[in-house]
Design a protein around this ligand. Structure first.
Ligand SMILES: Nc1nc(=O)c2c([nH]1)NC[C@@H]1CN(c3ccc(C(=O)N[C@@H](CCC(=O)O)C(=O)O)cc3)C=[N+]21
Length: 304
């Protein structure tokens, strides 16, 4: 069996951002519309700080309006809700993203519920989750959207394929399953209580791993020729023992990549697979939100 085709999420995301930049340019000239994204970060989790910085940079590179609100870790829920409300009412802002996780004294559901669903570019509001599940136009969570764009590009027509999603989070697993169902896949959602997970995975034409356990999915769980989408971003000690002892880390996915790549037909690497797509889709969702708010047609080629 030949080695799997590597799905170049990093390259695909760069192309998507270029199409978004072109669309943004046209919206500016034709409609005087500049899509605006506000990102809110509470506290100083270092990983979150890195993601938030790239979000801001990539938003500006695409020619969009970008504001980042960095709030102290001790910020009260009341103050955060006040900021969300201010952004809801700001006509220059079309997308609002509150970076998760939030500090323990803040109730995430309350904050997410306060975001105007039309500006909810994460797609985490119950209104958007509900709209997605009944097939109405909605804001689609960025990571599952990115996975679907890669799958459509790799596989083309997904109809009738058996997709197995490992993970049932509101952020990835559940919306991913909804999107696959909408694409006419037969969908199985597996999770930590699933019995004989390896056997279920072996039935998958499409396997999406979103569990957050480093290299949990083994090569012999994968059907020959299957398409494997690895959503995991797990920080583990560096390979070199001296570097590891010095606290250096590397990032691995939820799939044991080398084993899996010798069986799969195509596979996303980590890093360079799904991760870069997540941020590109955030920009895409912001452009979509801006167009809907302005009653302007959504540009083709930047979404599903
Ligand atoms: N409200 C909210 N929305 C989010 O979308 C959200 C969030 N909170 N909290 C944190 C997670 C994580 N996340 C990632 C984004 C980009 C990469 C990414 O670009 N990864 C690169 C580089 C990885 C690295 O080197 O750190 C890659 O996989 O190639 C990963 C993870 C968005 N998140």
């Amino acid at each position: 069996m030949a080695e799997a085709r590597i799905i170049d999420g990093k390259g695909f995301a760069a192309g998507l951002r270029a199409r978004i930049a072109t669309a943004v340019d046209q919206l500016r000239t034709a409609h005087a519309l500049v899509p605006g994204l506000a990102v809110v970060l509470v506290g100083e989790d270092p990983a979150s700080a890195i993601y938030v910085r790239s979000k801001g940079e990539q938003t500006r590179e695409a020619g969009m309006h970008s504001v980042t609100h960095r709030l102290d870790a001790a910020t009260s829920q009341e103050d955060l809700l006040r900021l969300v409300n201010q952004l809801n009412n700001d006509p220059s802002i079309h997308g609002i993203l509150v970076q998760l996780p939030l500090p323990a004294h803040i109730d995430s559901q309350t904050v997410l519920a306060a975001i105007d669903p039309a500006k909810d570019v994460d797609g985490f509001h119950v209104i958007n989750a509900g709209r997605l599940s009944i097939g109405l136009p909605s804001q689609v969570p960025c990571t599952p959207l990115g996975c679907m764009l890669l799958l459509k590009d790799t596989v083309g027509d997904l109809r009738g394929l058996h997709a197995v999603v490992i993970g049932r989070s509101n952020i990835v697993g559940k919306p991913m399953a909804q999107l696959l169902l909408q694409a006419d896949c037969t969908v199985t959602i597996a999770h930590s209580r699933t019995r004989d997970l390896p056997a279920i995975c072996r039935e998958a034409d499409i396997l999406v791993a979103a569990v957050g356990r480093p290299e949990m999915v083994k090569g012999d769980w994968i059907k020959e020729g299957a398409v494997v989408i690895d959503v995991g971003v797990n920080r583990v000690p560096a390979r070199d023992p001296a570097a590891a002892a010095a606290g250096k880390t590397r990032i691995v996915g939820d799939v044991a990549y080398a084993e899996a790549a010798s069986v799969a037909g195509a596979i996303t690497p980590v890093p360079g697979g799904v991760g870069p797509m997540t941020i590109a889709c955030l920009l895409s969702n912001t452009v979509t939100a801006a167009c809907r708010a302005a009653g302007v047609p959504v540009p083709a080629g930047i979404g599903l």
